[in-house]
Design a protein around this ligand. Structure first.
Ligand code: PLP
Length: 388
């Protein structure tokens, strides 16, 4: 069966050139990057080259990049590493659980946390962040792009609020990296998280930018890796892959691939909405990353739709992959004010670099007929249709 993958916010396939770049580090270049002999020097050089690539993607200095095991670790390192018991932290209601649960854990360790709301488009109001400030506020953590809706937050304005109040600003840019240009200096953040597997590098590698001179407590204690900010022998193949994926992402921006992806996404979205009634875009009207469209289909159960489409070879998602199968509707869509039915009937379509126009054509053929069939089977939908 022909399989089309439109769930790239869950994970992306490793690009062939990324796989090629990392392959030698599983074989002939196997050294421990901390060893002083030839084998170690070879892998150390590769790690440092990757650090320079990631730094160029983020607009920072190489020394400000800490390699991690992924987005979850980066978020946890920033949140726990920049705070102490007694501090106050501000975050938003639509963060990934890597941030929300890390903040919950801080509360158990004697910190206070304020969760600011979002509007109907899932946007945080920087004035709400300002109003939440307290004398003991130490950190603001608001994501750059949301994983479910793709909506981009006003991070530069939030960074200004943080700067004026002299508190740290961390942003989870896991879903923004490689999709929109990032310049941490222009944005004015103190810490920023990215993850390899969302930008066509493998799962289990990521990076955290931390502004030089920032006092960061490590999560792990051990050797002096990553300038004592992240103990543990480096995942050299993963780091090399992340460096290559960062290079590929920068070249794609230069070619204007982000605009092409946005055109493709818009065609998918327009095509679905033209053929399906009682459907709409979650986050409509807000700035979004170019690859994501989260669409609600009234009178549809999202999980049934994912399964029905999967049987036809199309992979999409109801929201955060780690919540799939959960009975609770998405906390992001609920925070935006979507009622239960609509939150349950929302589907996320997310494109990747491997997707082309033909994938969108197939999705446009499959989605409307699947919605129609599921609605036909739904006693609730039929009742509504008959009574109206
Ligand atoms: N933050 C966001 C916004 C995400 O979408 C994800 C993954 O879905 C993460 C953090 C966690 O990243 P990782 O899977 O690399 O731990």
């Amino acid at each position: 069966m022909l399989r089309i993958y439109l769930d790239n916010n869950a994970t992306t396939p490793v690009l062939p050139e990324v796989l090629e770049a990392m392959r030698p580090y599983f074989g002939e270049h196997f050294g421990n990057a901390s060893s002083i002999h030839h084998h170690g020097q070879e892998t150390r050089a590769a790690v440092e080259r990757a650090r320079v690539s990631v730094a160029s993607l983020l607009g920072c200095r190489a020394a400000e990049v800490i390699f991690t095991s992924g987005g979850t670790e980066g978020d946890n390192l920033a949140i726990a590493g920049l705070t102490n018991a007694g501090d106050h932290v501000i975050t938003s209601s639509i963060e990934h659980h890597a941030v929300l649960h890390a903040c919950k854990h801080l509360e158990e360790r004697g910190c206070e946390v304020t969760v600011v709301p979002v509007d109907g488009r899932s946007l945080v109001d920087p004035e709400d962040v300002r109003r939440a400030l307290r004398p003991n506020t130490k950190l603001i953590s608001v994501m750059m792009a949301n994983n479910e809706t793709g909506v981009l937050q006003p991070v530069e304005e939030i960074a200004k609020v943080a700067e004026e109040a002299d508190v740290y600003f961390h942003t989870d840019a896991v879903q923004a990296a490689g999709k929109v240009p990032i310049d941490v200096k222009r944005m004015g953040c103190d810490a920023l998280t990215i993850s390899g597997h969302k930008i066509h590098a493998p799962q289990g590698v990521g990076a955290l930018y931390v502004l030089a001179g920032t006092n960061l407590h490590p999560l792990f204690y051990g050797g002096q890796h990553e300038r004592s900010r992240r103990a543990g022998t480096e995942n050299v193949p993963g780091i090399v892959a992340l460096g290559k994926a960062a290079e590929v992402a920068m070249q794609a921006f230069e070619r204007g691939d982000d605009q092409k992806m946005s055109d493709l996404r818009d065609r998918l979205q327009r095509g679905i909405l033209a053929q399906v009634e009682e459907a709409g875009v979650n986050g409509e009207g807000a700035p979004r990353v170019p690859n994501t469209s989260n669409i609600y289909f009234d009178h549809i159960e999202g999980e049934s739709m994912v399964i029905a489409l999967d049987l036809k070879g199309l992979a999409v998602s109801t929201g955060a992959a780690c919540s799939s199968g959960a009975i609770e509707p998405s906390h992001v869509l609920t925070a935006m004010g979507l009622h239960g039915g609509r939150a349950h009937g929302s589907i996320r379509f997310s494109l990747g670099k491997q997707n082309g126009a033909e994938d969108v054509d197939i999705a446009l053929a499959l989605v409307p007929e699947t919605v129609a069939r599921l609605r036909e089977l739904s006693p609730v939908y039929r009742k509504t249709a008959v009574s109206s």
